[in-house]
Design a binder for this molecule. Structure first.
Ligand SMILES: Cc1ncc(COP(=O)(O)O)c(C=O)c1O
Length: 366
């Protein structure tokens, strides 16, 4: 008897493994493994979710009309060119299945976000990784790897897990070097945490280019990872394609309500942004004082190399932290076995993290 066989490439996919959230036997956990917002959702978003429950017999507004309008007003965008998704992950995957298939190549940087390769393979396409320079996207290397089979180039800016970003001029140089029928996707999931005048999330490029998509998320700054809301800004033609291939009700009513309320709560959002940046920078400084190398991440997480040698490396450090109830993320799957990715938590969480790291560096036993 023969069993159903998936499309070629599907069984080559190593399923994405999210950050752990439990440690056997530990009572108190500090979860710093998934780049989630440290401060929880805005109280207004929580209230909106509660209110949405009583309308749950109705399908959501499939056009996400109010949320898209609010995003357009906030960012000065054309509302008709915004498409919402169940997290930006959904949009990345829809872009792959709409624009790439068997025989096509999907290009990303060596330590780029894992979902690019997964979504490419799910679409039957071949992911291609271009090397990075100092754990940072290298535009020349990306351009060197473009072939006549390349259909999509993904750049996370800032990138997860490296935390590094490239200036808008570099993104523009990449776009200029690409054939006009290759799609450039600028994944700006962590845009709001960047404090650099040379940085842009990519909307200015979308305004002048028909082959550029900017993706954004409510999972990071707005701490709504569990609600699953992301959005894309792109040309009218690409928006039309995304609207044809997405599910008619791909974003739930609760997610839409929470997103709208979160976007409206400017005071809370400003506090989250300010505090996350402040805590990130002081933890980075403290790690440097302990001679721990980091990439000076501009996201809501830090990529650090605790050291080398038996008992002193990333694996040992991860075990040490776990024994203290602290979960960070090993990034071996990203080709970075010597590093740990640490999400920026609250002041209290990060102070427990730093205490543990100091003990680890001072050679304390488990
Ligand atoms: C670079 C990057 N892009 C996209 C996503 C997906 O975000 P979401 O699907 O929650 O919107 C993540 C999540 O960690 C990410 O790190």
């Amino acid at each position: 008897m023969s069993a159903p066989v998936p499309q070629p490439g599907i069984l080559d996919i190593a399923a994405y493994v999210g950050g752990a959230s439990a440690i056997a036997g530990a009572k108190r956990i500090i979860k710093l493994s998934s780049n989630e917002g440290a401060f929880g959702p805005s109280p207004k978003a929580i209230e909106a979710a509660q209110q949405s429950a009583s309308h749950m017999h109705r399908y959501p507004d499939g056009g996400a009309t109010q949320l898209r309008q609010a995003l357009a007003d906030r960012h000065g965008l054309d509302v008709d060119r915004i498409v919402c998704g169940a997290g930006s992950d959904e949009l990345l995957s829809l872009l792959c299945s709409a624009y790439a298939g068997p025989g096509d190549e999907v290009l990303h940087s060596a330590h780029g976000f894992l979902m690019y390769a997964i979504s490419a393979k799910a679409a039957g396409a071949t992911p291609v990784a271009a090397p990075e320079k100092n754990l940072c996207v290298d535009v020349d290397a990306l351009l060197d790897h473009v072939t006549d089979k390349t259909r999509i180039v993904f750049v996370a800016n800032p990138n997860n897990p490296t935390g590094t970003c490239i200036p808008s001029a570099e993104i523009e140089r990449l776009w200029q070097g690409l054939p006009s029928d290759v799609l450039l996707v600028v994944d700006a999931a962590y845009a709001e945490f960047v404090d650099d005048p040379d940085y842009s999330a990519g909307q200015d490029l979308v305004e002048k280019a028909d082959n550029v998509v900017m993706t954004r998320t409510f999972s990071k700054l707005y701490s709504l990872g569990g609600a699953r809301i992301g959005w894309a800004y792109c040309s009218a033609q690409i928006a039309d394609v995304l609207n044809r291939v997405r599910g008619p009700f791909n974003v739930t009513s609760t997610a839409l309500a929470m997103g709208l309320a979160a976007l409206g709560d400017e005071e809370f959002t400003a506090m989250v942004r300010r505090e996350t940046i402040r805590i990130r920078d002081h933890v980075t400084d403290d790690l440097h004082k302990l001679q721990i190398k980091t990439t000076n991440s501009v996201g809501n997480f830090i990529l650090m190399n605790p050291g080398t040698g038996a008992g002193r490396d990333a694996e040992a450090c991860d075990e040490f932290l776990k024994a203290r109830g602290i979960i960070v993320r090993r990034v071996t799957g990203y080709g970075l076995p010597d590093y740990l990715r640490v999400t920026v938590g609250t002041e209290e969480e990060m102070s427990a993290f730093l205490d543990a790291i100091r003990d680890f560096m001072n050679g304390a036993g488990l």
